[in-house]
Write a new protein. Structure first.
Length: 300
């Protein structure tokens, strides 16, 4: 029965790593932010923003800690459900049951350990969101603002229809989405049922363009991407299923629920700052997933 549970869980993400999947983009890691300090972040609010503890999810694994910042504005229903499950403790002891090199690490199969699941209803797909450029502009557009099709908002990579298209169509809002860059957190589902996401998630280990606008991305790893990359992968030929001794998600929490003295605090470099602009050295108009991860510093 245990093997059967893993097999069913693996089918929840009905896709494979394809030629469109690449691990060429630079993953977030601790060495990338070694030049910045918590003291600097606290002293320079024009360059750094503190992460809201209500949006900061803590994943403690047997390989180490992963900190995830959620982005409720892009997928509010997914944020509400995943925050509820994180708080419930139902993730404790779940396995990273499907892990593919250069692609993603999938976890959150509650049914495999309790035989029931989360007890919550499935979530309607939120693959894209409508963005009012006046209220939610690209902090850092790649290229000219009017024709940029990607950039950053609050440190999150964002792909988007260009501003000029919305203006030509007389629209106030633009279709936008979080692309599946390294470090992005997204939602698994059952087969081709777009509205079957529930508790399972996957952490991107590479860039997979074919997932964009097909799966609901709702957060990103801001600390511990090295842990994500170290999660045990499945053997070749098993579609990533880790049938023997998978790594474990030991406990989860929302930072806001912990005493202030015990919770991790994180600061992300503001992507609307001159400091962030100075970090971008790639020539031309690179894809947002080919740019280095936005620097983060963490205390606790």
């Amino acid at each position: 029965m245990k093997f059967a549970a893993f097999a069913l869980a693996a089918s929840a993400l009905a896709l494979t790593a394809t030629a469109e999947t690449t691990d060429s983009a630079a993953p977030a890691d601790d060495t990338a932010v070694a030049a910045f300090t918590v003291e600097q972040a606290k002293a320079e609010p024009e360059n750094w923003r503190a992460v809201d503890p209500e949006r900061l999810f803590i994943f403690n694994t047997n390989k180490g800690r992963i900190l995830i910042e959620a982005f409720p504005e892009v997928a509010p229903k997914h944020y509400e459900q995943f925050a509820a499950i994180v708080r419930s403790g139902d993730y404790n002891g779940t396995k990273f049951h499907r892990v593919i090199e250069g692609f993603m690490a999938q976890g959150g199969d509650i049914r495999a350990i309790n035989g029931v699941g989360s007890g919550l209803p499935n979530i309607e797909a939120e693959f894209t969101f409508r963005r009012n450029p006046a209220e939610m502009p690209l902090d850092y557009p790649i290229g000219n603002r009017d024709d940029a099709d990607g950039g950053f908002i609050n440190g999150f990579p964002v792909a988007t229809r260009p501003l000029w298209l919305a203006q030509d169509l007389g629209n106030e809002t633009i279709q936008s989405w979080i692309p599946h860059c390294p470090g992005v957190v997204s939602t698994a589902r059952l087969g081709n049922d777009e509205n079957s996401g529930n508790s399972q998630f996957f952490l991107m280990r590479g860039y997979a363009e074919h997932l964009d606008k097909e799966y609901t991305a709702w957060g990103r790893v801001i600390d511990g991407q090295d842990v994500v990359m170290s999660i045990k992968k499945g053997p070749d030929g098993t579609d990533g299923v880790v049938a023997k001794d998978p790594d474990t998600l030991e406990s989860t929490a929302v930072a806001a629920d912990l005493p202030e003295s015990e919770r991790p605090q994180a600061w992300v470099m503001r992507t609307d700052s001159d400091l962030f602009a100075s970090q971008i050295t790639e020539p031309g108009r690179p894809h947002v997933c080919d740019l280095p991860a936005v620097p983060t510093v963490v205390a606790n």
